[in-house]
Write a protein that binds this ligand. Structure first.
Ligand code: HEC
Length: 152
């Protein structure tokens, strides 16, 4: 193979590689957008709605620190406990507050709804959150109301 053929070979290979890259990026223009997640196929609009709704609300922090391991606030998903979506439509805020502070006490007091939930969710004893300040509790319930889609 003479020198000219070698150069020709390199040019052809380079052309193929660059061409391939162009076609690839052309088919996946998303990968150069800053606000997407590279290879993950996410529907940005839904993702943003679910994850980033009411992101700045102080109750969100309380929820994430204490409840998110067992509850979803914005979707109907059952994690360990029931979904809290629209919980403020099912129950009044006074009751929700009591459930959060001392859920098991409600069961012991034979609150009919609390007992039903307790039976339905495998008799998991609800953790008490009596250490939450009144402000934290109010923020949390307001957050549940916002995130659950009952209040705009
Ligand atoms: C260890 C898991 C766990 C954690 C943590 C937890 N929960 Fe629960 N939650 C449950 C289960 C299970 C139930 C079903 C009732 C029962 O078991 O007593 C429930 C029920 C509820 C209910 C009644 C829901 C309905 O649809 O009737 C509310 C309200 C609630 N939890 C709020 C909270 C909040 C707010 C937090 C955080 C401060 C929290 N829970 C933390 C597991 C948990």
């Amino acid at each position: 193979m003479n020198k000219l053929q070698q150069i020709y070979g390199i040019v052809v290979i380079t052309a193929f590689v660059t061409g391939g890259l162009f076609v690839f990026v052309g088919l996946n223009p998303e990968i150069f957008k800053e606000d997407t997640y590279g290879w993950c196929a996410t529907d940005d609009s839904t993702y943003a709605e679910i994850i980033f709704q009411h992101y700045d609300h102080p109750g969100r922090k309380v929820f994430n620190l204490n409840c998110v391991t067992c509850h979803s606030a914005s979707t109907s998903e059952i994690v360990v406990g029931p979904s809290l979506k629209e919980v403020t439509q099912r129950r009044d805020k006074q009751w929700i507050g009591e459930m959060i502070l001392h859920g098991q006490k409600l069961v012991e007091q034979k609150d009919q709804y609390a007992v039903e939930q307790y039976e339905k969710y495998n008799r998991i004893v609800h953790p008490d959150f009596e250490y939450l300040s009144e402000d934290a509790l109010n923020d949390l319930i307001e957050y549940l109301e916002l995130e659950g889609g009952t209040k705009q």
